[in-house]
Design a protein around this ligand. Structure first.
Ligand SMILES: Nc1nc2c(ncn2[C@@H]2O[C@@H]3COP(=O)(O)O[C@H]4[C@@H](O)[C@H](n5cnc6c(=O)[nH]c(N)nc65)O[C@@H]4COP(=O)(O)O[C@H]3[C@H]2O)c(=O)[nH]1
Length: 803
């Protein structure tokens, strides 16, 4: 059947019919012919046998008597059968007695043994002739097969004709059959081709027969009807979808699984302001606002990889450069088998909604008049800031401002003037603070300011003063210059409280105090801080004048040798003689001067004055020629690049021998920048001036560094000396420090020696020098004169007693 596979159905049908019919006929004809041949042959042989038997019986008597004539006559009966070609009778000795020959080439041999039988074209038979059951001779008869073959040929001929006719008939019938079967099928196939070509599912196949093919046509047409109905409903729903998307106020888009934008509706184009031919996902992504892009990309990846839906608000940059807020929804699209068909999304323009939302937020969180944060937003930010302060460990200040006499301005100039004033005050406040700080209007004429990231209280002071200054400038309203002032209350977190409500109350209270203090000022909530800050502020203001008005004086505290109690030198200690406040100690104003940088000027003055005065004391013989004046250097002075130059100048101006000057540097100053400190100290040492390390033991100096510092003197801090002999720890430390300093070839000066017990301990531990109230308090120049005279007298007396 393989070769038929590619043949047309028509040819297959004809071939099968022909082969079936031909084979059937051929086989039946062959069977018939064989049977016919066999039966005819059988018939001939039977006939020959009967004939031979009759002649043999008749020939018995003639043979007995060897009557050849009779025998010949007997054989003559063979003429009746034209197929007999020869007949021979032999006697008992097998000699030929009679013959019948009817064939030109076939003769009876003279002896039976010479008889040659040809079996191809003839068939023959021998008949023994008996007498009393004794064979007395033999009859031989040979018959031609010619008639048999002729009959057979005729039969074959007839069969071939029948076969030919049957084949022709089979062809005709097969043709008819294929026509009957194939025509409806061709009709079906033509109909199908027509439908496919025209995409018209209303076409129907023609039913011609009421047989199985007719049923097939019915089924086919039924199928078409279903397809047509579904097609129609698909078209209707597609049409409905198109109409819906065309009318939709939402931009709709579809993406295939390969991330190609396959469909967008008109609204999508309108929202994006892009022409209809610009359909690329990449260019859509290019339009997304950079701030919204990272989040969208993350979600987009999740949509593509995990089929997770997106719902996000984002900004699009339109063709004209403007931004529009859109709400994007996108989900995967699957068929009924769950296979991914792509993604469907919707983009709605929410710009107006956003604007309304912003407006609402503004109303809810901002003061409509000034545009500043309102009370609610401020409280919210305050709470957040307090939390962040607790986390970071920084400080934050809350200022509460109330405009002084705003009501009077409002009443006299009218509400509109009041509004202008409030707006201007808001603008000036905003301009005064940093961007991170929050300015808000929490009531009629009440403002609050949140100052974040405060490192020092002086930072708050600076802002408060700036605010007072900013508002001091007149504001022009309705042709009048109005000067407005505010009272400011300040509270700090975490110092005062870490609760937002308490902080608000604190600031409010402090503001009332500012009002009580005469308005146009600021007050801190904490009394101590208030005092410190105010003093800090006053000192800062007055320190300038103090220099020019020569309010600083120097005291000299003698240092005494613990070997013989002779005065080895003095330490200069500054005092501020304030006209109203009296004497101000250095611990109150030196840190302020250090902070403002004024210490450089003050320090320079102290250095020069100390050297000048001590130089003249040495020259006058009041102090010994070997006496040293120890001058304190602040950290700012020590790091001042002009320090060494300044020292050299002072040495030459005051004419003090460099060996008579000692600079006291605190341990903490040195530890800030060890390498820099070493370099500066080495330069100082080159001038011949010696260096003492002050307040030793209070800083964090490591022995490794102390070794590297070119230090001449180590001053043991008063805090170690003061508890001797009660604190064994301090005693052990002091003894160890003295021993260590000596190992490093340093002299040791003990500070704050007040008692004999302390002195005894220090002497026992070989401390070189002492300084403290036991020997002398810090002295004015006149007192120092007197002290030196008294000391000298005492020494003289002691020497004369001992002599
Ligand atoms: N209770 C007690 N106190 C004693 C005793 N003996 C001395 N004192 C005080 O201890 C301080 C010693 O000075 P200091 O450690 O350098 O500590 C000084 C020094 O660091 C700084 N200072 C003073 N004058 C200057 C200056 O001219 N420039 C700089 N930069 N700092 C200075 O101010 C600090 C304080 O100075 P003063 O108030 O003068 O205080 C002085 C002095 O009056 C004692 O037996 N008992």
């Amino acid at each position: 059947m393989q070769p038929l596979r590619h043949q047309s159905l028509r040819r297959k049908l004809i071939l099968i019919s022909l082969i079936t019919t031909g084979l059937t006929l051929l086989l039946s004809n062959l069977a018939f012919m064989s049977l016919e041949y066999y039966l005819t042959r059988q018939d001939n042989q039977n006939k020959l046998a009967v004939l031979g038997q009759v002649i043999a019986n008749r020939a018995t008597a003639a043979l007995t008597f060897s009557d050849t004539q009779v025998l010949q006559n007997n054989l003559g009966t063979l003429k009746a059968d034209p197929n007999v070609v020869r007949g021979c009778i032999f006697d008992a000795e097998q000699r030929l007695l009679a013959r019948y020959e009817n064939h030109p080439s076939l003769h009876c041999p003279m002896n039976l043994q010479a008889l040659q039988v040809s079996r191809d074209q003839f068939f023959s038979q021998l008949f023994p002739i008996y007498l009393d059951q004794q064979p007395i001779g033999t009859l031989y008869i040979e018959s031609s097969r010619g008639a048999l073959l002729e009959r057979f040929n005729q039969f074959v001929m007839f069969s071939v004709i029948i076969l030919a006719i049957t084949v022709v008939l089979a062809i005709l019938l097969a043709n008819k059959l294929q026509e009957m079967v194939l025509r409806p099928m061709r009709e079906l196939s033509n109909t199908l081709a027509n439908i496919v070509k025209n995409k018209d599912y209303s076409i129907r196949a023609q039913k011609e027969n009421a047989d199985e093919l007719g049923d097939l046509v019915d089924l086919f047409n039924g199928l078409l009807r279903t397809i047509e109905a579904e097609n129609q409903s698909l078209k209707t729903s597609e049409e409905r979808f198109r109409k819906l998307t065309a009318l939709s106020p939402v931009g709709i888009f579809q993406i295939d699984p390969n991330q190609q934008l396959t469909y967008v509706n008109q609204r999508w184009h309108d929202i994006h302001m892009v022409p209809e031919n610009d359909l690329s996902l990449q260019s859509w992504f290019d339009r997304i606002h950079p701030k919204d892009l990272p989040q969208l990309q993350k979600r987009w990846n999740r949509l593509m990889c995990d089929q997770e839906s997106i719902a996000q608000e984002l900004r699009l940059t339109r063709r004209d450069g403007s931004h529009t807020w859109v709400h994007l929804l996108a989900s995967p699209l699957h068929n009924s088998n769950g296979d991914l068909l792509g993604f469907l999304g919707a983009v709605s323009d929410i710009s107006e909604l956003k604007a309304a939302q912003i407006q609402m937020e503004n109303l809810a969180f901002y003061d409509p008049l000034t545009g500043l944060a309102n009370r609610r937003l401020f409280k919210n930010r305050l709470e957040k800031s307090v939390k962040s302060v607790l986390r970071s460990g920084n400080s934050m200040a809350l200022m509460f401002l109330d405009m002084d006499q705003f009501k009077r301005i409002n009443d006299t100039l009218g509400h509109d003037a009041g509004d202008v004033l409030l707006k201007e005050v808001a603008a000036r406040l905003t301009a005064t603070v940093r961007e991170n700080d929050t300015v808000s209007r929490i009531g009629g004429d009440e403002f609050t300011i949140l100052l974040t990231d405060i490192h020092h209280t002086s930072d708050v002071l600076v802002v408060a003063e700036k605010i007072l200054q900013a508002l001091a400038r007149p504001i022009r309203i309705k042709g009048q210059d109005i000067i407005t002032t505010v009272s400011i209350g300040i509270t700090l977190t975490p110092e005062d409280s870490t609760d937002a409500n308490t902080l608000m109350k604190n600031a409010d209270l402090a503001m009332y105090r500012a009002k009580e203090m005469g308005r146009n000022n600021f007050q801190f909530f904490s009394e101590d801080m208030n005092h410190n800050i105010l003093e800090h502020l006053a000192i800062e203001k007055e320190i300038k004048e103090a220099i020019s008005r020569q309010q600083f004086t120097l005291l000299f505290q003698p240092k005494v040798s613990l070997m013989d109690y002779s005065v080895t030198g003095v330490e200069t200690l500054i005092r501020w003689e304030h006209p109203e406040k009296g004497i101000i100690t250095p611990s109150r104003f030196i840190p302020v001067a250090e902070e403002t940088g004024q210490i450089l000027e003050i320090g320079a003055w102290v250095l020069e004055q100390s050297c000048r005065q001590v130089s003249s004391l040495i020259r006058d013989g009041i102090l010994p020629a070997t006496a040293k004046v120890a001058v304190n250097l602040s950290a700012k002075q020590f790091t001042d690049p002009k320090l060494v130059e300044q020292i050299s100048n002072v040495l030459s101006v005051s004419a003090i021998p460099p060996a008579c000057l000692e600079l006291e540097i605190t341990e903490s100053t040195l530890m800030d920048d060890v390498e820099g400190a070493i370099a500066t100290m080495q330069q100082i040492k080159k001038t011949g001036v010696s260096i003492a390390i002050d307040d030793f033991g209070t800083g964090y100096s490591s022995l490794a560094y102390i070794k590297r510092f070119p230090i001449d003197v180590l001053k043991v801090d008063r805090s170690f000396v003061m508890d001797i002999p009660d604190d064994s720890n301090d005693m052990a430390i002091t003894a160890a420090v003295i021993a260590m300093a000596h190992k490093l070839s340093m002299d040791v000066v003990a500070e704050g020696v007040e008692t004999q017990a302390q002195l005894d301990f220090l002497r026992n531990n070989h401390c070189d020098e002492g300084q403290g109230y036991l020997f002398s308090r810090p002295l004015s120049l006149g007192q120092l004169h007197q002290f030196m005279q008294e000391t000298r007298q005492r020494h003289r007396q002691e020497n004369s007693y001992s002599a």
